[in-house]
Design a protein around this ligand. Sequence first.
Ligand code: TXA
Ligand code: MG
Length: 329
Amino acid sequence: MKTGLETLILPAGAAADATAARVLAAGGLVAFPTETVYGLGADAANAAAIAHLYAAKGRPAFNPLIAHVADLGAARRIGRFDARALALAEAFWPGPLTLVLPKTDDCPVADLATAGLDTVAIRIPAHPVAQAILRAFGGAVVAPSANISGHVSPTVAAHVQSDLSGRIDLIVDGGPVEVGVESTIVGCFETSTLLRPGGLSRERIEAVLDAPLARPPAEAESDDSQPLAPGMLASHYAPRADVRLDARDVAPGEALLAFGPARLPGIEAAAAVMNLSPTGDLDEAAANLFGYLRALDAKSPRAIAVMAIPEEGLGEAINDRLRRAAAAR
Ligand code: TXA
Ligand code: MG
């Protein structure tokens, strides 16, 4: 892989957009903000650039990438939309939704990015910086979250810098992201399937479909088989500290990730306390999740104790990420 690269950091703006487009066209790697998390972009048609991207992240190449485009016309050159997929696209794009669709016959996305599948994941991000870069570049950009594989996803440019500095060409700093968890992934299969809960709630998608979303088969969560959403490995989003879920108390030396009113026994002896949302707002909690996990982990606590979070709205995505952070590695 490319190492020892001089990673340029530019504030978002017209100059950064033009530089990003030039670096992408030359086969380079560019981190940029989307409304969900920061992405690490490469030209979707350039297999060599995509190989560098997998190497820079330390990501297994069997785990396919999401193709990002600026508008529906570009999306339809990549994936085959049925009426249901169009309804979801019209309701939620641009936004925190990824659709997995059959590839078109002349799909411009390199096979390496789709890990040899005959489906492709597509998203139109809403973030103005992502939109500007996609328009300046002109083609599709594959972009996983801009972190070392297995780490917590980045919600500010400094997270990207600490994981990937020296391994990528450019970071465009657009400030903190809004949503804070990755996009919701829906597989447009015979039954519409929730492949990954994320920044768009299940409830809102089901309201448009007027049908429940199926759950992926249980193998999709396992580490060893070829999973349905191959990135959904059991252990992921891993801080260095152990993570203890559904905490009702705090052991000495533990850090506490709180939610809502936090009056737990032992809290006065906590190594640190951060509250995802003192008022119990799940959208606010999602926006704070990855940054707070990184900040608590930096204090090297004995473990990170996490209070229970309701399984509704964005709570489904938050709990999914926390279960992976807590999974044995
Ligand atoms: O919010 C997001 O989705 C961010 C921003 C940067 O757009 N991106 C992101 O990408 O989270 P990544 O690579 O960290 O996660 C992409 C997920 C993986 O779990 C991958 O397995 C799944 O999408 N995926 C990609 N193509 C697929 C396909 N054809 N079928 C099923 N799952 C697919
Ligand atoms: Mg990721």
